[in-house]
Write a protein of this length. Sequence first.
Length: 141
Amino acid sequence: MSERPRILYAREQGLDVTEFRRVLVESGLGATRPVDDERRLKAMLSGAALIVTARMEATGRPLVGVARCLTDFSWCCYLTELAVSASAQGLGIGKGLLEEARRQIGPEVSLILASVPEAVGFYERIGMARMPDAFWYRRER
Ligand SMILES: CC(C)(COP(=O)(O)OP(=O)(O)OC[C@H]1O[C@@H](n2cnc3c(N)ncnc32)[C@H](O)[C@@H]1OP(=O)(O)O)[C@@H](O)C(=O)NCCC(=O)NCCS
């Protein structure tokens, strides 16, 4: 059996917009994010109180996953994106990013998210509970 590559998880508030964009595209999540609007992507990064990254322990420490969160570190945390590059999916990185995000926000803070249909099975698999009473206004563009 081949050994899994070592993954380094960290809080990286200064994440570069090009790397962020690349992982969104490589994961497939780019289809539902403004990847061709750099101004908007930069604002998404600068407005996020918590950005957790997953990097491969290899030359150049390539970014393979990201979790972007809006939080007050006191009561709630909204996970806005969880993305793992397709070539690194299935290695436990998505789960690892969520574990690191939860470690960073601590036990007083709830973590909520809206899943894309394809990822519902993942959130169920890692034991997250559904919120039947969630409401939202859709963004218009
Ligand atoms: C969804 C995503 C973040 C999962 O990350 P990942 O690193 O591939 O998942 P992990 O390896 O941590 O998987 C953890 C467990 O969930 C399972 N799992 C992973 N993706 C799954 C899916 N789409 N459906 C059902 N189970 C899934 C794995 O098999 C694994 O199970 P195990 O504990 O029995 O081994 C990743 O596939 C991704 O970036 N997808 C495209 C973008 C996306 O949909 N993001 C979510 C936005 S809401």
